[in-house]
Each structure stands twice: as structure tokens, then as C-alpha cells.
Design a binder for this molecule. Sequence first.
Ligand code: EPU
Length: 293
Amino acid sequence: MPLELTANPLLSERTTLRLGGPAVVEAVVRETADLDELSAFLTRETLPPFVLGAGSNLLAGDGPLELALVHIADCPGPERVERDGEAIIIRCGAGLRLPGLLGWAQKAGFSGLEGMTGIPGTVGGAVAMNAGSYGVEIGDLVTRIRVWSPAGGLVWLDRSQCAFDYRHFSPVKMPGKCLVWEVELALGESDPKSVRRAMHGVYEKKKKTQPVTAWTAGCVFKNPPEESAGRLLDKAGMKGVRLGHMAFSDIHANFLVNLGGGNAADALELMDMGRARVFEQFGITLEPEVIVL
Ligand code: EPU
């Protein structure tokens, strides 16, 4: 089957911040068989590819973007694979949304993912940036990852071949970029009620401290070592600062919110303003967590 291609896919329709102009093309990959087609597409295509998950950590520019998007859809799983001592190993495709995985784990009574309640991204996206919240980083749970690259095809990497850091993942000894295709995680065994209670607790806490229902891309800046970017931005007076239809959240200063009709130019200017103020007051340079396209 030929690869499903869409011309001029709008980033504003594919990102949780609802910003961004059109890319040139989007290739949709649904099954393993599509990867050969993807390889041919990437050889033909001279534009840089960008693998798009749920678009929940992206700030895409307003103008046309010279990019070929790759989107993984229709993912298999999740499924229970085996027991390994105390742990239950589960497997799922990278395009599965985290809320879907968490809902499944809750019903099955598998614990470990509760801290990630409320993260809207895909499993692949979460692995690619080692997403984390409330004491859980997805990298801590990974046992194996199946990655794909045009040169190497599909390869399973076990834990020792993966380097996870704060908001960072890289496969050890793999030249070039790769796409996360499938993930195995080690979860604990609990009961559905306790898992639901824990997830509910995390969501209630998040609701009080983060703008969970607003159009955002999660935290904009990484936390500097031993510090919180949100606290620094707050102390620097950035909470609620607005430019056009974009603003730093008045709930948590490290979230940029699209109030409706916002644009990336204003978002980037607000980021510059926040960085400059934090640097002036604290001598700390904030590094973006969001990927700016
Ligand atoms: N704080 C303020 N003002 C603010 C925001 C925070 O004073 O406007 C203070 C809080 O009161 C608290 C401290 O800063 O004392 C830390 O705040 P919080 O617990 O909200 O955690 P965070 O460090 O700001 C990190 C992650 C979040 C994750 C939460 C919960 C980063 C950049 N952020 O936030 O992850 O959900 O911990 O575990 O690592 C994300 O990565 O997109 C993200 C949202």
C-alpha cells in the first residue's frame, strides 16, 4: 500500500498549543509494512523529517514550515507480554496516547504510571523526551524499545542500550536519528481501585497547580539543576504576563497559554522576555523544554 500523504498539514491542528502554520507534507505510518514505504519517502524527500506524536511539547512557527511530518497512527496494544519476577511487562505501539495507556493500566490493576496522569502525549513522544511528572520518568519503566531508522530498519534495544536523562533519551551506539516504534515497560501489580485512587490524586494535585485544560505545550523551560523554572519565572514577575493572545499562565508561570487566536511570534517573544528577566534577577539561563519548530 502506498504511504498516506497529506499536503500542507496544519501544525495548529496537530499541536496542543494550537499554534503553527502548514508543513509541506505529512506521511502517516500505520503498520510495520509502511516502514519500507517511509524509507523510500525519506530518500525521495529533501526536506528534513519531523516525527510528530500528539504535538504536546511543540511550539510551531506561524509561517509555512519546510518540514516533512511523519505521524504514527493506529498503534497496536497495549498488551501484557509476560511476568518478570515481581514485574509485569507490557508492550504497546509508540503512537498510543498516554491517557489511553494509563486507562488500560488502571483497569488491569497495573501500577507505576500514575504520576504521569494528565500528560496528553503519545508513548513514543514520552520516551523520546523521557517525559516525567510526580516522581515518575517513563525511562525508569522502560525494559526494551523497538526503534526504526531507514539504514538500520527495526531493532529492539534493551535497557542497557538506552540512555535516559532529564527530559532526554538517546539510543546508545546508534548513528543518526531514529523513530521510536514500540515500547515495553515494567509495571507493578496492584488492584484497579488503588491505581484509580492514585491517578485521581495526581490529577487533583495537577489541576490545582497547572493549567490542565488550557491550550498549552506543558512546561516551556526545563528546570535548571536544583531549581524550578516555574518558581524563577514567578519570582521574576512573569505569571499572567500577556502579549496579544498568548500569556504565561496565572496558575503556573512555566506554562504558556494560547488564549485563543494566539500566534507563535508572541509566544517566542514572551519566552525571550521570561528568559531575560530570570537571567537579570538570578543569573540563570533557562533552556527551552518545548521543541521550537
Ligand atoms: N512554583 C511557584 N510558582 C509557579 C510555579 C511553581 O512558586 O508559578 C513553585 C511551586 O510552588 C513549587 C515549585 O515551584 O514549590 C515546583 O513546582 P511544581 O511542583 O509545579 O513543579 P515544577 O518543577 O514546576 C515539574 C515538571 C512538570 C511536572 C511537575 C510535577 C519540569 C520543567 N516540570 O514542574 O512537568 O508535571 O514537576 O512533577 O520538569 C513538563 O515537563 O511539561 C511538566 C509540566
